[in-house]
Ligand binder design. Structure first.
Ligand SMILES: Cc1ncc(COP(=O)(O)O)c(C=O)c1O
Length: 443
């Protein structure tokens, strides 16, 4: 089918509720770090489809495993009869998620349904009704996950009243305007919350992203997660870390929280876990995961195909040394972006860890005024030049770089070259605003 015909049918038949579009891309094929449209044009993919394709596209061994698994057992509902791949995957996940305590695993289809489990089971396990989450957080679209989220894109929906949001400590945009002692300031804010609307003895859990991704690739101060852990321990509050986007090796460790000396009570996984197949998981303390029987069930959860794909994905990550590669290649990418920052005054900050990188675009470096239109134009121009990149952030002004972990040095050099060209073109006004404005992004 021609690309134009796919786009026309997309417009005619696909719900806008499912659309987060930055340019008129369609995809017919994928290999390695490249996606191809129906016209055969290749695009270097810096998105990994929102951090899903960590192992790249078209891994032959996954195709073989899926064929083998489908022929042997295409489906059985794990709710009522477990099969080998599900229990093997659960066992493997309890091994790679740190924590010297009895762990159990739950499986779902998306980061959203996994965070919905947190919203139900953490209060159930603790017998306390309230949760603390963070402004700017993106935990998903279903009602429980939505209630835990604090992203501007979700503020248009109703949530639940039992979740209190704290400012996420953002060193580039500190909520008090002062970057020093940001951890202390945030904890001070939390104490105010404890003393008023959310007493610790009523608080079941705190959920946080180790790197706030859709919120703008924001890294908290290095001591923040351990300070949070200490508070949780003091008050018997569970600490939940959402690793849906940056987990599974992207930051140079299995999980982004492992850059801090912190052990969460539960870890939420999704996106890249299945190497492209839909699967999510919560790995955590037995007392949380067993707090309700038959309490968060989806008929096709943990199905043989998705769990077989996840097992093979983990095997590939280990075999190909992709976690170390994410760290070393991430450093190279970061260095290149920092050089570009010297050249373009609209780059306010470059930040990230491993291959979870963000470039914050501002109109004015000293005032840090967010520049969402320039950001959208850069994404569009990069697309025209043959590269896919999306933007995130509560102001919609952070370019997000989350390529497959398999990206090579040559591909990184090519990506930096295209970015340089896109930055140059946008800076010099070479932008077709009519085309750019056809795409709503996160609006
Ligand atoms: C940190 C985080 N948690 C949860 C989700 C929701 O995942 P899904 O879109 O698979 O429901 C996302 C999606 O972007 C995410 O980034």
């Amino acid at each position: 089918m021609e690309k134009q015909s796919v786009l026309a049918k997309d417009q005619q038949f696909i719900s806008d509720a499912l659309k987060l579009r930055f340019h008129p891309m369609t995809v017919s094929k994928g290999k390695g770090c490249y996606l191809f449209d129906e016209n055969g044009r290749s695009f270097l993919d810096l998105t990994a489809g929102w951090a899903v394709a960590n192992i790249g596209y078209g891994q032959e061994s996954i195709a073989e495993k899926l064929k083998e698994q489908y022929a042997k057992l295409s489906f059985t509902t794990q709710l009522s009869a477990p099969s080998q791949t599900m229990v093997d995957l659960a066992e493997k996940l309890t091994q790679i998620v740190p924590g010297d305590f009895s762990k159990k695993v739950w499986f779902g289809h998306s980061g959203s349904d996994a965070n919905d489990l947190i919203s139900k089971l953490v209060p159930a396990a603790s017998g306390r009704p309230k949760m603390i989450a963070f402004m700017g957080a993106y935990h998903g679209q279903t009602m429980g996950a939505l209630s835990l989220s604090g992203h501007s894109a979700q503020a248009k929906f109703e949530g639940r009243g039992n979740v209190v949001k704290l400012p996420y400590p953002n060193p580039y945009r500190p909520f008090s305007g002062i970057n020093e002692q940001l951890t202390e300031q945030t904890l001070h804010f939390m104490n105010e919350v404890f003393a008023t609307i959310c007493p610790p003895e009523e608080t079941a859990g705190i959920i946080i992203e180790a790197i706030q991704s859709d919120g703008g690739v924001v890294l908290p101060p290095a001591d923040f997660l351990s300070a949070l852990r200490k508070i949780c321990d003091q008050h018997g509050i569970y600490l939940i870390i959402d690793e849906v986007k940056v987990g599974m090796g992207r930051t140079g460790k299995w999980f982004a929280f492992e850059h801090s000396p912190v052990i969460p009570d539960a870890v939420v996984l999704g996106k890249s876990l299945g190497g492209g197949l839909p699967i999510s998981a919560v790995v955590g303390r037995e007392e949380i995961l067993d707090s309700v029987t038959a309490g968060h069930m989806f008929t096709t959860s943990g199905n043989p195909l998705c769990t077989a794909a996840a097992l093979e994905t983990i095997r590939l990550i280990e075999e190909q040394g992709l976690i170390t590669q994410a760290q070393t290649n991430g450093d190279v990418f970061m260095e290149g972006l920092l050089s570009l920052q010297k050249k373009y005054s609209f780059i306010g900050e470059v930040r990230g860890k491993g291959l979870a990188l963000g470039v914050e675009i501002v109109t004015d470096r000293s005032k840090k005024t967010p520049a969402p239109e320039i950001t959208a134009a850069i994404c569009y121009r990069a697309y025209e030049l043959g590269m896919l990149i999306y933007y995130v952030g509560i102001y919609g002004n952070v370019l997000e770089i989350t390529p497959p972990l398999t990206i090579s040095r040559e591909e990184i050099a090519k990506a930096l070259h295209i970015l340089d060209q896109a930055f140059h073109d946008v800076e010099s006004g070479n932008v077709n605003w009519d085309k750019v404005r056809q795409f709503a992004g996160w609006a």
